[in-house]
Design a protein around this ligand. Sequence first.
Ligand code: IPE
Ligand code: IPE
Ligand code: MG
Ligand code: MG
Ligand code: MG
Length: 295
Amino acid sequence: MSDLEEFLGRSVRFVDAALERLIPSADTEPRRLHEAIRWSVFAGGKRFRPALVFAVGQTFGAEIEKLERTAAAVEMIHTYSLIHDDLPSMDNDDLRRGRLTCHKKFDEATAILAGDVLETLAFQVIADDRSLSAEARIRLVGEFAVAAGTPLGMVAGQQLDLEAEGKAVTISDVEQIHRLKTGALITACGKAGALIGEGNEDELAIITAYSMRLGLLFQITDDLLDVTQTTAGLGKTARKDIAANKATYPSLFGVEETAARARKLCDETVAILQPLERPKELLENIARHILNRGS
Ligand code: IPE
Ligand code: IPE
Ligand code: MG
Ligand code: MG
Ligand code: MG
């Protein structure tokens, strides 16, 4: 097993243990709500965003105990975004993480509420993090609120994504959608790791630049996988983007050119780390892993 695979496996174990502790048990009332949350959270997501929090934190020498809750919180925000993304009024998907989507397994109202409460729980988890100073907690809450919200965050991007369906879009439209709907939260993960690890302002700027590129790369590869992979391999319905006429990179450039752009962006993502006087291999390998991922 490569060092990166080992690192990613460890990240999954740590964040899953934290999520298990922090999310109400399935027999807590209202049970249907907690069952629905757990159905979606513990369905085998890749846990890439928590891994990025751990990776950047580790790069800056932060102890894992200081990163755990933030890593769990971001996975809660991300899972909420997936539950809502799959709703009939949004992307209308039946399959997520290899199983029925939350609204299919339960019902639409429960799925909406499960998403709502995963987001509030995320902020509660950071606010209550006793391993961090009050100042650090406030900063993290602010960063994630901006990244998940509007006009600079995920919800803004989701709105633009839906509005763009079936419309003629330019490269800058698609890039804007991708930076907001997916890039903003991933950027906040990198920043969070650097903040918790007490990186200086210059280091924070490098990590922000790295994570912004990584976030865009993540959505470009998501777009590519939608075209190139099978439903079984993805655990979500393949070729949905074409069917829904989504604004994607392959719809603008085709698969070959999109893959070439992704490779170039990955090179830039790695190169931007160059001035960082910290161990860089892990972060470089994460960028390459996102470029080459198969799901
Ligand atoms: C899918 O995210 C949605 C996007 C923002 C592209 P992931 O590919 O990280 O999904 P999981 O968490 O592994 O299920
Ligand atoms: C989702 O983008 C971005 C989110 C904020 C959830 P997609 O709609 O492409 O994600 P998938 O392909 O359904 O996972
Ligand atoms: Mg979507
Ligand atoms: Mg979708
Ligand atoms: Mg997609």
